[in-house]
Design a protein around this ligand. Sequence first.
Ligand code: PGA
Length: 254
Amino acid sequence: MQKDRKLIIAGNWKMNKTAAEGLALVNDLKLELANVKEVDIVVCPPFTALCEVSRAILNSNIRLGAQNMSEHSSGAYTGEIAAGMLKEFSVRYVILGHSERRQYQKETDALIAKKALAAHAAAIRPIVCVGETLAERESGQTEKVLDTQVRGSLAGLSKQQMEETILAYEPVWAIGTGKTATAAQAQEAHAFIRKLVGTLFDETVARRVRIQYGGSVKASNARELMGLPDVDGALVGGASLEPRSFADIIKNSI
Ligand code: PGA
């Protein structure tokens, strides 16, 4: 199904794959996906594999993303990685505010907003993640949580920057659990987020911004999810670690 917005499907490898393993994976993906033009394809390896993967995908249709970055541009921040360092490896996208970082590294909406601005300043497109937990959904808080996260994590972005930001709706209860949101649940959340972007920015931005779905996306459910009116791609964890399953998600989405 063709939409005005080009689909963007990104593989979030999380803390998996050495540089050598990552190289083998993208070499297979290059062959599998060589003819795909309809979808923006992104892989997000760990920092330690960026250099190798970057070289391997040069002159291919696969783009590079990172999984996190610092809100600072340089300085005494031991263990952190700045946007300028990512640029060196032709990183085009960066996942920000993934629920695992919100949970384990206690990242806040305010911090994520700072990182998003820093990414844009370096011409890297942020993929900003939002999503409710199971307890929040069951207590009827989904829209309230999404409202807070979207407002907070995108605070300070210009309209132009917002248009170039990717949002990822990832219900926390669907991540790595095998439980996918139903088509109706996904569409409802995506439509809510798009409407909110319209309120916070404007209608044109809302119409153009791409919103990925994430949470147990696999080849068997990709077609239905990607066909939903407000779903413009996927952020794929587990199923992005094997060339066949990631390639099939992309092929089934076209
Ligand atoms: P999953 O992870 O596809 O393994 O559920 C998605 C994500 O966390 O981005």
